[in-house]
Design a protein around this ligand. Structure first.
Ligand code: BGC
Length: 364
């Protein structure tokens, strides 16, 4: 990397760390986006990847505040519903996002999404590894028990996917998140039923989510979705062969654009542009496959998408964007998020994977 390239990277790393710090409420909640009203909530999914990035960049206290926020929100949810749930109904499952004060957000968007809590359990174990302290596992014994019980029962049910769509199906990346989360919880808390359920999901994915040597977006639906990259990093489902992951990542690259990767073909949300966070994900997979030139190209592409103040948007124009669908969404909901914390988080993950250095920001 040239000196000016390294300086641009250092600058954006600083802006990204600042964005995460500024987006954290005193409650510990991390806002999805400060400039897009429908995202003025804390998503468990987005927040966990932000906390993971914070941990990777040494901000362990900020990460712990987020994990505590979610643990408390789950406890409050359990109490509010008077639940001693046996995990057999989806209405007893905690919501996918909370207000910044930890209440259930009543915004009409679908809530039954299982991926975020699997991701949260994984994040907790990464927090323990990266911070060197596993005390949160003990502190959260009750909400973890509750979550595990629920996920062990509910994983075979259809739920909304990580894009909050298609609630009629079972989604491959969702299963990978749950399996990884349950594996983590099983080994951190010696919970045998969690480990057993995780193994059952692994087997199910290997048997039902691979068709013609590639992963499928959802069970019974042969199409490519960028979230399938999660089965390369960081949620590999052990029995799925490496060749299948490689073939899937290549399909993502050829069908969804490179380096600006979109979610899936036919995506209507803001016309289905290119997502910096998915480009960072692809770059992360490239690093782990030893293709660091491609990973650097992903990093450089993301840097080109940053606003003058260093904000990273949710999505930008891309080869697949449908201009009519874009205009229709803008007409109904205003412009899409100009600063998405999850985009900053994934940029930080990729920059760290590539051994890049921050600029001037002091560690708080
Ligand atoms: C995306 C979700 C994301 C949420 C908040 C939605 O549009 O599909 O994946 O968690 O925005 O960023």
């Amino acid at each position: 990397m040239t000196d000016s390239g390294a300086a641009a990277t250092g600058w954006l790393i600083d802006r990204s760390l600042e964005a995460l710090a500024a987006g954290q409420h005193p409650s510990g909640a991390l806002i999805a986006s400060p400039d897009f009203r429908p995202y003025h909530f804390c998503w468990v999914r987005d927040g966990t990847f932000c906390a993971y990035a914070l941990d990777r960049w040494g901000r362990h206290q900020a990460a712990a505040r987020f994990y505590r926020f979610v643990a408390k929100a789950i406890n409050d949810f359990m109490r509010g519903q008077g639940l001693e749930s046996d995990g057999s109904t989806n209405s007893a499952f905690p919501p996918t996002r909370f207000t910044m004060e930890g209440q259930v957000a009543d915004d009409g968007w679908p809530n039954f999404q299982l991926d975020g809590y699997g991701t949260w359990l994984w994040g907790l174990s990464e927090h323990a590894r990266l911070s060197g302290s596993s005390r949160l596992w003990d502190e959260f014994a009750q909400p973890i028990e509750f979550l595990c019980r629920q996920l062990e029962h509910l994983w075979p049910l259809p739920c909304f996917d990580c894009w909050e769509e298609d609630g009629e199906r079972v989604h491959t990346s969702t299963l990978a998140c749950i399996a990884t989360g349950l594996h983590c919880a099983g080994s951190a808390t010696n919970r045998l039923s969690a480990s057993r359920a995780a193994e059952a999901i692994d087997t199910f994915v290997a048997e039902h989510a691979v068709l013609d040597g590639r992963l499928v977006k959802s069970i019974g639906r042969r199409s490519i979705d960028a979230s399938l990259l999660w089965l390369s990093m960081p949620f590999p489902v052990a029995p799925v062969e490496e060749a299948v992951r490689v073939e899937t990542a290549e399909a993502v690259r050829s069908e969804l654009g490179y380096p600006g990767i979109s979610r899936y073909q036919g995506d209507r949300y803001y016309g289905g542009g290119s997502w910096p966070l998915l480009t960072a994900w692809y770059g992360w997979c490239c690093v782990s496959a030893g293709q660091s030139d491609d990973a650097r190209q992903c990093l450089a592409w993301i840097e080109e998408q940053a606003g003058p103040d260093g904000s990273l948007p949710e999505q930008v124009d891309g080869i697949h964007r449908d201009p009519f669908a874009y205009q229709e969404w803008v007409r109904q909901g205003g412009r899409p998020a100009r600063q998405l914390l999850w985009s900053h988080a994934m940029y930080l993950v990729l920059a760290d994977e590539l051994g890049c250095h921050a600029g001037q920001a002091a560690v708080p």
